[in-house]
Design a protein. Structure first.
Length: 361
């Protein structure tokens, strides 16, 4: 990795930008009184921690086009990159409500925390309904703030307009991708083609490709540079989500912050599951299909993990991750060697691809 890139220092800078923005938003909402403090507290909690990969891809998308930003541009760029993290937090809050998840990063999911507030206060009505409603509003607020932080990052009007155009596409794609996901689950079927479409639009594009595009747009990228970033970012983003699918079944709960086999309990019709259903005996396929979306004991999760591994699906997904990552890195090398993208930035993007696709959390 390029010696000038300090991932921990970058995450700290992004956190600082988020903290400052959230403080400004808290002051704006102060006239509403103490009643909104739980909402603001959960907003701060949702923005604490994380890998900040989307912010990093945004930052280095800019640097791939404009290698040497001025100090003022650098400060604005970090703020713009932080906007991608607000979008991510919004998506996670909404996703946890949709999936009825109990935890996020080892702590109660936002809707569960709001539910506990209602119950502890002894208010009338259903605590669960209050928790879900409050979390939806939190996700909406974070989504609104993501747009505001990008608009006020400090770039000129033309650059900001170009980036916002990409950002508009990003939000539309991720919401439509989420709809595709719940539709696939509702149908109770999972073929690889449909699951890969969900991978692309729910996660791959907004996790890697579009953050790269936002940064590049702020830097005044040419069409050739945008295309080069897509050739790298889209396959890397797909590999990123396929890794997430593996972790959702085989990940270590102490690292992922989610229960073992969480995707199975939530009934996710992922590429991994589609391949397992296609590669299993009829009896095993029926067992897996019937188990999806049901409460599962630790032993049942272990048995389903073994079934999926025996089907060859785990190895197939690992192979796809490697192939997609290699495809993206080959495109990156070509863009670097041809001078389309800055060589220094390309080296950091190479390391980021590895971090995104070979992670354990």
């Amino acid at each position: 990795m390029n010696e000038t890139w300090d991932a921990d220092e970058f995450r700290s800078r992004v956190q600082g930008a988020l903290d400052n923005f959230l403080e400004t938003m808290s002051e704006r909402l102060a006239p509403l009184g103490d009643e909104v403090e739980p909402l603001l507290r959960r907003a701060r909690e949702s923005m604490s921690g994380g890998k900040r990969l989307r912010a990093a891809f945004c930052y280095w998308g800019y640097r791939a086009v404009r290698p040497f930003p001025s100090p003022a541009e650098e400060e604005s760029l970090v703020r713009a990159a932080a906007a991608l993290e607000l979008l991510q937090a919004s998506a996670l809050v909404h996703d946890d409500v949709i999936d009825d998840s109990d935890t996020r990063r080892g702590a109660p999911a936002a809707h569960r925390a709001f539910e506990a507030d209602h119950s502890a206060a002894g208010w009338p009505g259903r605590s669960r309904a209050y928790g879900d409603a409050a979390a939806v509003l939190l996700g909406d607020l974070l989504l609104t703030w993501s747009d505001e932080l990008l608009r006020t990052a400090g770039f000129g009007a033309p650059e900001t307009a170009a980036a916002l155009s990409v950002f508009d596409h990003t939000r539309s794609e991720v919401i439509a991708g989420q709809f595709l996901d719940i539709t696939v689950q509702a149908r109770g079927s999972a073929d690889v083609e449909a699951a890969m479409k969900v991978v692309r639009y729910k996660a791959a594009k907004y996790s890697v490709e579009r953050p790269l595009h936002v940064g590049a747009a702020l830097a005044g990228a040419s069409n050739e540079q945008i295309e080069a970033l897509t050739a790298y970012g889209l396959p890397v983003g797909e590999a990123f989500q396929l890794r997430d699918d593996l972790l959702g079944v085989f990940g270590d709960p102490s690292a992922t912050g989610k229960p073992a086999g969480d995707d199975l309990v939530e009934g996710k019709r992922t590429v991994l599951v589609a391949l397992a259903l296609a590669g299993s005996t009829p009896e095993d396929a029926d067992l897996l299909d019937q188990a999806l979306g049901q409460p599962l004991s630790v032993d049942q999760v272990a048995a389903l993990r073994a079934l999926i591994a025996d089907s060859g699906a785990e190895q197939q997904v690992e192979k796809s991750i490697t192939e997609l990552a290699d495809q993206g890195l080959t495109a990156l090398d070509e863009a670097k060697s041809s001078g389309v993208l800055d060589a220094n930035a390309a080296e950091v993007l190479r390391a980021l691809a590895t971090a995104a696709t070979q992670r354990t959390v």
